[in-house]
Design a protein around this ligand. Structure first.
Ligand code: NAD
Length: 249
């Protein structure tokens, strides 16, 4: 009898809450061993405990600030020690909303470091393991890479950078490693869910605000066998909101 295949391992940053938690949950249900890297130890540990009952092997939590190279190196090494590292989901992200004239250089750098530099660090340290396992990366960007509200310069720049970093990595790391970017629109991650108005839903051609599970399903497709021909893409998942023309009444 041959040994069973080791279960594939996915490292999900920011997996303690919101979209990252939904991605970790979906991948565990699909048979992945999931490693969550997050700054939130309470929530991250709790999610890993719940997923341990579901996943291919005990899900793990690693306390990590993705803006710090040592933390990223350590998280990748821990994940790679559990089995073949076949997916890295760079999802952790923060927003600072301030007028550009009041945005400090520290604010700007922190947003760029957490949202964009982290993806570079994950690629730098994860690429050899992903390549050996025939794996892939997904970078969670935003429709704010393509359009803006006022006072979101650092966030928008970080997300635009992720879209460019995604195709650059796809070209550099292919064919061994695939890299795609996912750009969600409005996803309700409030816990418990926020009371959304009929207008909130109706402004989406799909008829509703997004849910974390919508993004998780797309990520699961990209990192799974059905995503084998997908690389260098930026996939917008926004219920059609960025396709809708708006004229003032
Ligand atoms: P969230 O705030 O619900 O969760 C983010 C998670 O990242 C939290 O668990 C937090 O602890 C963790 N985190 C924050 N900084 C970190 C750091 N330095 N190191 C490690 N972990 C850190 O956010 P969300 O809405 O689920 O967003 C997830 C990703 O999706 C982000 O990149 C965000 O920009 C992007 N996004 C969200 C939406 C939306 O509408 N929710 C839309 C587009 C894009």
């Amino acid at each position: 009898m041959t040994d069973p295949q080791p279960c594939p391992i996915a490292l999900v940053t920011g997996g303690a809450h919101g979209i990252g938690r939904a991605i970790a949950t979906r991948l565990a249900a699909d048979g992945w061993g999931v490693v969550i890297a997050d700054t939130d130890q309470d929530r991250g540990g709790e999610v890993a405990r719940i997923l341990a009952e579901d996943g291919c092997r005990a899900a793990s939590f690693i306390a990590a600030d993705v803006a710090r190279e040592d933390d990223v190196r350590h998280a990748v090494r821990r994940a790679g020690g559990l089995g073949p590292l076949k997916a890295i989901i760079s999802n952790a992200g923060i927003m600072v909303r301030k007028p550009v004239t009041e945005l400090s250089l520290d604010d700007w750098r922190r947003v760029i470091d957490v949202n964009l530099t982290a993806a570079f660090l994950l690629a730098k340290h994860g690429a050899p393991l992903l390549g050996a396992a025939g794996g892939s990366m997904v970078l969670i960007a935003s429709t704010r890479a393509l359009m803006s509200e006022p006072d979101t310069e650092a966030y928008g720049a970080s997300k635009g950078g992720l879209v460019a970093l995604g195709h650059a990595l796809a070209v550099s790391l292919g064919p061994d490693v695939r890299v795609n970017t996912v750009s969600p629109g409005w996803i309700d991650v409030s816990d418990p869910p926020e009371a959304l108005s009929a207008e909130d839903h109706a402004q989406h051609p799909a008829g509703r605000v997004g849910r974390p599970e919508d993004v998780a399903a797309l990520v699961a497709h990209l990192v799974g066998p059905d995503g084998a021909f997908m690389t260098g893409a930026n996939l917008v998942i926004d219920g059609g909101m960025t396709r809708k023309m708006i004229y003032a009444e």
